[in-house]
Design a protein around this ligand. Sequence first.
Ligand code: GAL
Length: 962
Amino acid sequence: MLPDIGVLRPWTDPTCVAIGRLPLHADATRPDTARLVLDGDWDFRLAETPDDVEATWVAAQPPADGWRTLAVPGNWTMQIAEDLPHYTNVQMPFPGPPPRLPERNPTGVYRRTVDVPADWDGRRLVLRLDGVETAHAVWLDGTFVGYGTDSRLPSEYDVTALLTPGRPAQLALAVVRYAAASYVEDQDNWWMAGPHRGIVLEALPTTALDDVVVVPDWDPETGLGRADIAATVRFAGEPQEGWTVRVVLGGVDGGPGHPGADDLDAPVPTSLRPYEYRGHTAHVVWEDLDVEPWSAERPELHEVRVELLDPQGDVVDVVTTRTGFRRTEVRGSDFLVNGQRVWVHGVNRHDIHPDRGSAVTREDIRDDLLQMRRHNITAVRTSHYPNDSAFYELCDELGFYVVCEADIESHAWNWSLCDDPDYRATWVDRGARMVSRLRNHPSIVQWSLGNESGYGANHDALAGWIRRVDPSRPLHYEDAIRTLGWLHGHHATDVVCPMYATIDAIAAYGAQVASGEADRPLVLCEYSHAMGNSNGSLADYWETIWSTPGLQGGFVWEWKDHGLRQTLPDGRTRLAYGGQFGDEPNDANFVADGLVSADLGPHPAMRELAWVHRPVAVEVAPGGDGLLVRNRQAFLGLDGLVGRWRLTVDGEPAGEGELAVEVAPLGEATTPYPRDVPEGASVLLDVEWTTREDAWWAPAGHLVAWDQVVLRGGAVPAPAADGGRVPTADEAGAPALHVWRAATDNDGFKVFHADEDDELQGGKALASWKRWGLLDDGFTLPHELSSEEAAGGVLHRLVVDVPQEYDDLPRVGMVLEVDPRFSQVSWFGRGPHECYPDRQSSAVLGRHEGPVDDLPYLMPQEYGLRTDTTWVELVDPATGDALRFTTRGEPFHFSATRHTSRQLWAARSADELEPHDRLVVCLDAAHRGLGTASCGPDVLDRYKVPTGRHEVAVLVQVVRPV
Ligand code: GAL
């Protein structure tokens, strides 16, 4: 049994959030403070339950053997075979009700020696664990130090009395995997275990700065900044008169002192008289500072340096923190930064890495932010818990708007815990600790009370605390408006932040804003569920957002797949989802729903997201005699971008040049066409904007915005069919009617809730397709399919009459299995990336080329479509031959993959997928959109395959490439 706490069992008691833990203070840098970073190899051993931990494991002298080495920080679930990751979404991994815990409750003990430097004599020693999942307890030389919960925030303990400088000590950390607190950490995520963030021992002056809080502001009316600084001092003994706090404002980005901001001194109050006593906090304020404001577009940071001077005038302690002068507020139905209505181009981000699990490094975080910024993502909701300080430091510095969320999700017990007095302390403590720790970061523009925990008195208690302590930031809480309705819940949320709302619903809210009925801005806290081949109608969302009062954007769910790298018995590796570790119960591949793969490879939808988030947009001006250019940035003009235009007439280049136009932030301007519109069936003007200078996220020349303006017509005439020959039967295969696609996660799940009677599947397209027998051998529809030699090739013609009862088919077209030597593709149509009828706004008409696509998704499913194609050539790079398919009717959609639709559908994991011996070419007259029905609205009706007549006619030839 664990000594000292084994009898009390605090991990089973929701009212006990910590024992002996220090209050959290704002994170800041202590440039002169000595510290021992305790990251690295620790000794480790695992017990089946906390009761199975032997007291000797945490004693001054531990048993000599039975230990192995594990990395700290780290999840033990990613490092050992006996206790593995477990994935669940809403359900808990074990039955409740709260606070009941499972019988098997793995408990790990970590140990190491701490060599306390001899010159630390006379210092106050504080041990900090930056994040431990789930409950932890600490012993030094066998003496109990403290206990804590709240996996995603630091825990600090004063260990001065337990350490002797110059003498090594034995540090033991016991971690209990499941605790009463697990019921509020029930996020849609892997359950891990262990110290996933760093551990450090700091040596502080005995009288020292205990907390430094900086509240910046920037007044858009006057253009002047302000900063309010509160420095709290901790005295070693009785407070003495004569101590002073000095505050120095640095210039931009660490430069020398800011002009016009004098150093400010304030005496540290010392009174201990009852009634008068307010603690030992010195306040200073800079007013009317001539400073540039901080924003995500221009993240100007200033260093605030706070010194503590003793009565002799000597500096005994220094704390620095970076601030940005900015105002974030909700005014009426607008969310404003520095008085401007900013577009929220956001994603939801979890801490997740395929090899390190939740133990992400600063470099991992930076890699995420880099990939985001390259795709015009400039806002993050820290779903669903506070991140490591490194995340906020990077967002301050690199420029991101952050909705910082408390680590509170009681999803499985949604309607009880939020009103349960036993969990009241948990709620308030988690939210208050988050604010206390992270409030100095200018990137945080809203606080979130957590996720999916119902709405109850515990939320109101927390909201009240935050409103009192930090009135400078609006509050965000989705379940308040879900529970009470979008016009209500004002106490808990200043923004209407629904998840997965339909376009019609947000448009209706906009109408209520216009009529004065609704009084808050709407920012979708989650939308456009990126599971598998998804994110249909992103551009339709944004058409509505741009044009509707009160709507300001949202956060796509979610940033990254949570696939975890797993080695299979045959030595191959795969990115595993729930259940593939033997974890039961589980929610399968619902954990793989990111815009990027677990390895950070962007899924094709990232192009569409980058496009809807583009900082500048171009369209035909009203009246049609020029271009309308809109600047969607709130603080920058267009001078940081280079605009270029390119004209294409009937598919052929017809001129290009620079587009020089200046547009004020959030403004628009018209400019004449760069040249007279020439004759032609199809005249397309492409406008591209690239960065003028190198930036942290991309070198100069990076493409940030593009538009294709149709000046005349659209479809490009097919090229003449000359110079080709008739393909052999082996080269061209034989066409067949094709109406099935390997269902996407949005069409319906094949592993998770796979039963069509399941409430999550019923009503989905896949349920109808199964009912109609689409997958059965011999399924067919009334159609005519003919192949005849014509014009130097073979003309395939398909005419299908889709009967009324099949009113939502996956696709209607033909499939051919062709010679696999044709491994390169070039085409005229939309591209270059994968696109579908409801995800093609970013895909421009033009000539594109590339290799045959590989499956970009973790779960095998339909992929690789290109829409509105006039011709496609499959090229054999060895011989230079090309198999050309040219429309002899309307443009078609095509895909060329190494798997049949049936193979893709049959495989339950990418590692089960073998390449087919033929190249599979689909030529579709119609193809269903994608929607986001895996969690959210299905495909809009206008993107469904209509009943009635569909035709595809293609001429197939072997040619030399055009
Ligand atoms: C939301 C939830 C997220 C995630 C998403 C579906 O309800 O807040 O955590 O579960 O649905 O992937």
